[in-house]
Design a protein around this ligand. Structure first.
Ligand code: NAI
Length: 290
């Protein structure tokens, strides 16, 4: 009870970030979200107009409250990093303080501290291209938005994450099994970006653990029909593949990932850190399709 979470990567009610926010809210946490600047207006106006009200319903019948929405672009660490074409871009002009460092400062000024940091964002401009056809620029962009963005978020938020008495302070990201097994179609360096994210989870668990007793884990989630996943283009096939081949034949719900995040953020998980936790109906355990 009484924890505060910052969830980076919520821009609608379809993705894992939203589901994690709901599970944390259901467990009593106060919810702050970081929303990608170009998606901010539509997200905030949809929230205000009640478009998400049905999805906001928590198990006890109350509606999830999002205390504050922060603009965020996790590929920029501070204002000096922002190129002119972004500064003058119409979609960025109405917002301010959206680099990672500034967002962390704003949260600190508004609330002082948080207990849970969630990274639920990824972007790979060439994701539909096979790795052999991926440009250096596309590959580095995937790593920047999907892997380094997490290093940067944790680095800038670490000073304001409460360590708690048990190792309570906790950080969670989302990964995908394409990091360790071949998933044709998950291209553009996104598989590489997830491999980096998982490796960084171990190193960051050590560094944040020794520094502040903060735990760092990543959830390897099964396929979900989110906005980002639809952009990759093969999500329906991956969902069908999973039902056909996973030990559990049911469709994965975002709430199952949300509930795992709530567990990982709780004292129930006080000895779990540096881990890749599979929430995928067991698909990762299969050696061949059936
Ligand atoms: P989503 O579309 O709900 O979330 C991705 C979010 O990232 C969006 O809100 C987007 O606005 C935001 N974003 C993109 N670039 C950004 C930037 N530079 N700065 C700040 N925000 C930015 O989609 P989904 O699928 O829920 O993705 C969340 C996480 O789950 C990602 O890490 C994804 O790779 C991971 N995941 C998704 C799976 C799926 O099947 N949907 C499977 C396994 C992992």
């Amino acid at each position: 009870k009484g924890k505060r979470a910052f969830i980076a990567g919520v821009a609608d009610d379809n993705g894992y970030g939203w589901a994690i926010a709901k599970s944390l809210a259901a467990a009593g946490a106060e919810i702050l979200v970081g929303t990608w600047v170009p998606a901010l207006n539509i997200f905030e106006s949809s929230l205000r107009r009640g478009k998400f009200d049905e999805s906001r319903i928590l198990p006890d019948g109350s509606l999830m409250e999002i205390t504050k929405v922060y603009p965020l672009d996790a590929v920029f660490d501070n204002p000096e990093d922002v190129p002119e074409e972004i500064k003058t871009n119409k979609r960025y002009a109405g917002s301010s303080n959206w680099t990672v460092q500034e967002a962390a400062e704003c949260v600190k000024n508004d609330f002082g501290s948080i207990d849970v940091l969630v990274h639920s964002l990824a972007n790979g401009p060439e994701v539909v291209k096979p790795l052999l056809e991926t440009s250096r620029k596309g590959y580095l962009a995937a790593i920047s938005a999907s892997s380094y963005s997490y290093v940067s978020l944790l680095k800038h938020f670490l000073p304001i994450i409460n360590p708690g008495k048990l190792p309570c302070g906790s950080s969670i990201s989302l990964t995908y099994i394409a990091s360790e097994r071949i998933i044709p179609g998950y291209g553009g360096g996104m598989s590489s970006a997830k491999a980096a994210l998982e490796s960084d989870t171990r190193v960051l668990a050590f560094e944040a653990g020794r520094k502040k007793g903060i735990r760092v884990n990543t959830i390897s989630a099964g396929p979900l029909r989110s906005r980002a996943a639809k952009a990759i283009g093969f999500i329906d096939m991956m969902i069908d593949y999973s039902s056909a081949n996973a030990p559990l034949e049911k469709e994965l719900s975002a709430a199952e990932v949300g509930n795992t995040a709530a567990f990982l953020a709780s004292p129930l998980a006080s000895a779990i850190t540096g881990g890749v936790i599979y929430v995928d109906n067991g698909l990762n355990a299969m050696g061949v399709g059936v």
